[in-house]
Ligand binder design. Structure first.
Ligand SMILES: [Ca+2]
Length: 577
């Protein structure tokens, strides 16, 4: 009788959907940690030969989960990568064709675009963003007030009329603007709560909680904080703002979210875009000098410890077993933070890859990518399949057992089969841009770059007569992209195939790719009606990726590769993105 009752209970529970396989927990908590400017070779387990920075916490996470070796961002810089990561849609389908969202720039994600947080919220998750947003806000600043928010301190001032003093007019405008809610931020894009700094090396130098600044900036930063890879743009700051406090404060908040979330009935999603090891290289005392390689490497160690604190909080909360943890980075290591000095000491932040942050070469966009999911992902496993951060959207939908609407996650492929241990091609192609907008295209082992240089901070070199105007590499034999581009018959054929397939992205649903998983064409790359101009679909401009020219395959004049990088008014040599 007892066993019959148990059977009946089991049947009823199953019918109500309350029993799930322990190997695939329904609605796991999800923690997505995104480091900022952390190179592929900065994590020890990714670069055992040429990496000299100890990263014990990240190495341990990898030993408990799956380490992807061929994972990519959609761009070599911040904002475009973040757009793609949060929406599952390539950033170049928006108005952002090059560079980043500038200081006081408007929101890049359209209000009605589904984000990871929006998707998870629809499925009952509590959603929190803690860290660096850098996807634009609607600041309540009038055109007349705009000069009062920038223009300080010469070259590092951010443009406008240069002054080094704060007037009553400045303070009055700041008081008025910072007293108002800031529109268009994370809590309007699927997140219940937000805490962080928009861009830690730019004003305003204060925290933002949800849609309000925490405190009212009334001063400027001490000039010393605008040198040596600290802050980049002078502007409104809290009186006692200390750049070193940012990372610990974010960590405290994240730990609190986890502790609280573990006690609640609903699962939680924590998106934690770290401010480090990006500038400001504001290393806390405990980590100063620890690496023996300089401030950047010290900050990498502090970043690793931050991840350790978050994971310890998760462990302590008792929720680690039902939490999917992802760690990755938004682009490669910045070349301006002392790379040459580190390399002279034997640490190579891009590991075996060519290029750094901002480049279309691998060092710009191939990033560390670790997934831990107890009961699903095999501890200590490694995956060499081509994946992108754009794939989180389809993966999360797959984990939830739901289908995305046709207007969401256009460029996203589910990684769930890989996480479950299958070794199969998930995506046949991936596009990553240099900061200038220079496109690179992966198809299998082939890598095509539609220009003669890296397209990063070095720009896009103008092609000389008879010199190659594009690059093609076989990454299976030349991961470092070192061999002179050749256009042997097979390579040329591959490239042609790439271009044909790329054209199909915008026009032909499921023309290529694995059956059932090719999603690139479904929304035709167009924004849905009602989306604001910020999210304009400009696919036709990118419809054709230029083939490396030969005497018989020169593209029409209108499709010639760019010969100079587009101007980006928000950048100067002294204001790194
Ligand atoms: Ca970055």
């Amino acid at each position: 009788m007892k066993s019959a009752r148990l059977l009946l209970f089991a049947f009823l529970a199953f019918s109500c959907g309350q029993i799930t396989s322990p190997a695939a927990p329904a609605r796991p908590n999800i923690i997505l940690i995104l480091a900022d400017d952390l190179g592929y070779g900065d994590v020890q387990c990714y670069n055992p030969q040429r990496g000299k920075i100890p990263t014990p916490n990240l190495d341990q996470l990898a030993s408990q989960g799956m380490r992807f070796t061929d994972a990519h961002t959609s761009s070599g810089v911040c904002s475009p990568t973040r757009y793609t990561l949060l929406t599952g849609r390539y950033h170049w389908r928006t108005s952002l064709q090059a560079g980043i969202v500038g200081y006081l720039g408007r929101p890049l994600i359209a209000p009605d675009r589904l984000t990871l947080a929006g998707l998870l919220k629809q499925h009952g998750y509590r959603t929190a963003a803690i860290g660096k947003w850098h996807l634009g806000w609607d600041w309540a600043i009038t055109p007349a007030q705009r000069p009062l928010f920038a223009g300080f301190g010469g070259k590092a001032g951010g443009g406008g009329e240069v002054t080094t003093s704060v007037s009553d007019a400045h303070r009055a405008a700041w008081k008025e603007v910072y007293a108002k809610p800031i529109g268009g931020g994370p809590i309007t894009r699927g997140f219940d709560t937000y805490f962080g700094t928009d861009v830690p090396n730019w004003p305003p130098y204060c925290f933002i909680e949800n849609d309000r600044t925490v405190g009212t900036p009334t001063e400027l930063l001490a000039p010393a904080r605008l040198a040596k890879n600290q802050a980049s743009i002078q502007g409104p700051a809290l009186k006692d703002w200390a750049l070193e406090t940012i990372l610990p404060a974010l960590t405290d908040r994240a730990c609190a979210v986890i502790e609280r979330g573990a006690k609640q009935a609903e699962p939680f999603f924590l998106y934690m875009p770290l401010t480090s090891p990006h500038t400001p290289l504001a290393v806390n005392k405990e980590w100063q000098g620890k690496s023996g390689l300089g401030d950047y490497a010290d900050l990498v160690m502090e970043t690793d410890a931050t991840v350790g604190r978050v994971l310890a909080a998760l462990e302590k909360s008792g929720a680690a077993d039902k939490t999917l943890v992802i760690f990755t980075s938004d682009n490669g290591c910045a070349p301006y933070i002392g790379v040459k000095e580190m390399e002279a000491k034997g640490h190579f932040p891009s590991g075996p890859l060519r290029g750094y942050k901002a480049d279309a070469w691998e060092g710009g966009h191939r990033v560390p990518f670790i997934v831990r999911w107890p009961g699903v992902v095999k501890p200590g496993s490694r995956c060499d399949q081509l994946v992108m951060q754009a794939d989180f959207m389809a993966t999360f939908a797959d984990v939830l057992g739901t289908k995305l609407p046709p207007t969401a996650g256009e460029d996203s492929f589910s990684l769930l089969p890989l996480l479950r241990g299958e070794d199969k091609v998930i995506r046949e192609h991936a596009i990553s841009h240099g900061s200038s907008g220079l496109a690179s295209l992966r198809q299998g082992q082939w890598k095509f770059i539609a220009g003669p240089a890296g397209g990063g901070f070095g720009g896009v070199a103008a092609p000389k007569d008879n010199s190659p105007r594009a690059q093609l590499y076989d990454l299976a034999t030349d991961l470092g992209e070192t061999k002179k581009p050749t256009l042997a018959k097979t390579a040329s054929a591959c490239c042609h195939s790439c271009a044909v397939r790329t054209k199909s992205f915008g026009n032909t649903p499921s023309a290529t790719g694995p059956a059932g998983s090719h999603r690139c064409g479904k929304a035709n790359g167009n924004s849905s009606p009602g989306q604001q101009a910020a999210d304009l679909a400009v696919w036709p401009h990118r419809k054709t990726i230029h083939l490396a020219p030969s005497s018989t395959t020169s593209p029409p004049t209108s499709e010639k590769p760019r010969t100079s990088p587009p101007r980006n008014p928000s950048w100067s040599s002294n204001s790194p993105p």
